[in-house]
Design a protein around this ligand. Structure first.
Ligand SMILES: C[S@@+](CC[C@H](N)C(=O)[O-])C[C@H]1O[C@@H](n2cnc3c(N)ncnc32)[C@H](O)[C@@H]1O
Length: 458
C-alpha cells in the first residue's frame, strides 16, 4: 500500500492532520480540490494525446482495461490484493467508447455490471466523475431512458461533458450539485447508481435521505462504495484525521453494519451488501480491512406491477432471475414467447423492469408450470402468487387436464394453488421428457400436480 500522501496533487497539503470536526468541516472543499486536480490532469493528458491515440494509463484513471491489477481506487491510496470480482470493466463492455472516456475511472467497482437496468428507465449517478458509468448505463436504458450524472466539481463536469461529446451519446445529462442536496424533484428517478463516492460525503445520512426522496416508490439504490469490515475504531486517530486519506476513499468509509443501518434509518428496505473486492491491509491495523462492496436497497412501495407475456427481450432478465433463484435454465428458450409471462414494475418514464417470471409449457393436454422466480427485492408481495394463479387460469381456459411442476425448494408453497405431491412415475408422456424434467435431480426434485376438476384424471 502506498503511503497516503504519496500522490497528493500539488497545492494540497500532504499532511492533513486536523481535529475530527475540522475533517468534516473542510472535507467538501478538500474533496472538490482533489477531484478538480485529477480532472484537470486527465484533460491535459487528453490534449497531449490529441488525435494520435488514446489516453495513457495514469494516476487517477484506470488506464489499460486489460490490467485490472493496475487499477486504483479513487486515484490511489489502496492497492488490490484479493480480487473477488475479477475485472471491473470488461473490454467488451467499454468497447466503442473513445479510449480517453473508457480509460477514466476513479471507482472501486462497476455498478453498471451489477445492477439490472431496463430500457426506458431514468438513472441517477451520484458523483459521476468523468461519466464512464453514466455512458454504460445510458446504453442499457436505451433512447427511451435517460441517465443523469451529478457531481459538485466543475472540472469533473467539464471533463464529463467533453467525454459525452466524444462518445456521441445523447440520452445523458450532467448536473452540478451536491449528493447531500440533490437538485432533482421527489420521485423522479428509477435507479440510483454510484461508484466510490458516498464514502467521501461528510453527512452520509443526508445522502441516504436525499436518495430516498428522489427515487420513485419501488425505486432501486445500487451503488459500489468502499466499506470497512471489522472495527473502524481500531484505526489510529492520526490516520482518521488525515483529510487526504479521506479524499482517497479510505477513512470516510462506513463499516458494513453502519451502511445498512444508515439506509434503513433513511427509510430504505431490502438493504444488502456484498463485498466484491478486498484491499491489502497496508497501514490498517489488524482487525479492520477496507473492501469495496455492492450495496443494494429499495424504496418502499411497490409501484405499479403488471403482468404481460414475455418477449425475447426479456430473456436476459429471465436468466438473471432464474440464476439468482437457483432454478434451471434448461430449455428456457423453447416455449419462452408462447408460454412465459413476466411481472414488470413500471419506471418513472414508462419503461418496465422485470421483477418476476413464470412459464407454462404445453405438452399435449398437460401443462408444465416452471421457472416461478421473483426478484429478491420484490418477494413477499404477492408477485409469485399472481403469476401462478394467472398461469393456472390460462391452463384451465385452454382446456388442459392438469398442470405439473417440479420443485426442489418449494413443495410447501404450491399446495395453496391445489398442487399435490405425486410419484415421478405418474408424469404423463411429454412432461416426463421435457427439458426441465430431464435436467431435474431425481433425488431432490418433488413432482406435483394440480388436476382440474372438470377434466378426467391423467
Ligand atoms: C472517487 S471519484 C468517483 C468518480 C466516478 N464515480 C468514477 O467511478 O469514476 C468521486 C467523484 O465524486 C464527486 N463528489 C464527491 N463528493 C461529492 C458530493 N458531496 N456531491 C457531488 N459530487 C461529489 C467528486 O467530484 C468526484 O468526481
Amino acid at each position: 500500500m502506498r503511503h497516503m500522501d504519496e500522490d497528493a496533487p500539488s497545492g494540497e497539503p500532504a499532511d492533513g492532520h486536523e481535529p475530527p470536526q475540522d475533517v468534516s468541516r473542510h472535507i467538501k472543499e478538500r474533496v472538490r480540490s482533489r477531484y478538480g486536480a485529477l480532472a484537470r490532469a486527465a484533460g491535459r493528458r487528453a490534449a497531449a494525446a490529441g488525435c494520435c491515440g488514446g489516453v495513457p494509463p495514469a494516476e487517477g484513471g484506470s488506464g489499460d482495461r486489460g490490467d485490472s491489477a493496475s487499477r486504483s481506487c479513487c486515484g490511489g491510496g489502496v492497492s488490490k490484493a484479493d480480487p473477488v470480482s475479477g475485472t471491473f470493466y470488461d473490454r467488451a463492455v467499454v468497447g466503442g467508447l473513445p479510449a480517453g472516456v473508457a480509460g477514466f475511472s476513479l471507482g472501486c467497482g462497476n455498478p453498471t455490471a451489477l445492477v439490472e437496468l431496463v430500457p426506458g428507465e431514468v438513472v441517477l449517478d451520484l458523483g459521476s466523475g468523468g461519466g464512464l458509468d453514466v455512458f454504460l448505463a445510458a446504453r442499457r436504458v436505451g433512447p427511451a431512458g435517460k441517465v443523469c450524472g451529478l457531481d459538485m466539481t466543475d472540472e469533473m463536469l467539464a471533463l464529463a461533458r467533453e467525454n459525452k461529446r466524444q462518445a456521441g451519446i445523447d440520452n445523458v445529462e450532467f448536473l452540478k450539485g451536491d449528493i447531500e442536496d440533490i437538485p432533482l424533484p421527489d420521485g423522479s428517478v428509477d435507479v440510483i447508481i454510484s461508484n466510490c463516492v458516498i464514502n467521501l460525503a461528510a453527512d452520509k445520512s443526508r445522502v441516504f435521505s436525499e436518495a430516498l426522496r428522489v427515487l420513485r416508490p419501488g425505486g432501486r439504490f445500487a451503488v459500489v462504495d468502499t466499506v470497512f469490515q471489522g472495527d473502524k475504531a481500531l484505526i489510529p486517530k492520526s490516520m482518521m484525521e488525515d483529510t487526504l486519506s479521506w479524499c482517497q476513499c479510505v477513512t470516510g468509509a462506513l463499516e458494513e453494519g453502519e451502511y445498512l443501518a444508515g439506509l434503513r434509518g433513511a427509510g430504505f428496505v431490502d438493504e444488502s451488501l456484498k463485498v466484491i473486492q478486498v484491499y491489502e491491509a497496508g497501514v490498517l491495523p489488524a482487525g479492520v480491512r477496507l473492501t469495496s462492496g455492492f450495496v443494494r436497497a429499495r424504496k418502499p412501495g411497490a409501484g405499479p406491477v403488471h403482468e404481460r407475456p414475455a418477449t425475447s427481450r426479456d430473456l436476459p432478465s429471465a436468466r438473471r432471475l432464474l440464476t439468482e433463484s437457483g432454478l434451471p435454465l434448461d430449455g428456457l428458450e423453447d416455449q419462452f414467447e408462447d408460454g412465459f409471462a413476466v411481472a414488470a414494475a413500471r419506471g418513472v418514464s414508462g419503461g418496465d423492469c422485470v421483477v418476476g417470471l413464470a412459464g407454462l409449457e404445453a405438452y399435449g393436454r398437460h401443462g408444465l408450470l416452471r421457472s416461478v422466480a421473483v426478484d429478491p427485492a420484490w418477494r413477499g408481495r404477492g408477485v409469485a402468487s399472481a403469476l401462478v394463479s394467472s398461469k393456472l387460469d390460462r391452463a384451465r381456459a385452454a382446456g388442459l387436464e392438469a398442470v405439473w411442476l417440479l420443485t426442489d425448494t418449494a413443495p410447501d408453497y404450491f399446495p395453496r394453488f391445489g398442487f399435490e405431491r405425486v410419484d415421478r412415475a405418474e408424469a404423463p408422456a411429454g412432461i416426463d421428457s421435457s427439458p426441465e424434467f430431464a435436467g431435474a435431480c431425481p433425488l431432490t426434485a418433488t413432482l406435483m400436480v394440480a388436476r382440474f376438476a372438470a377434466a378426467p384424471r391423467a
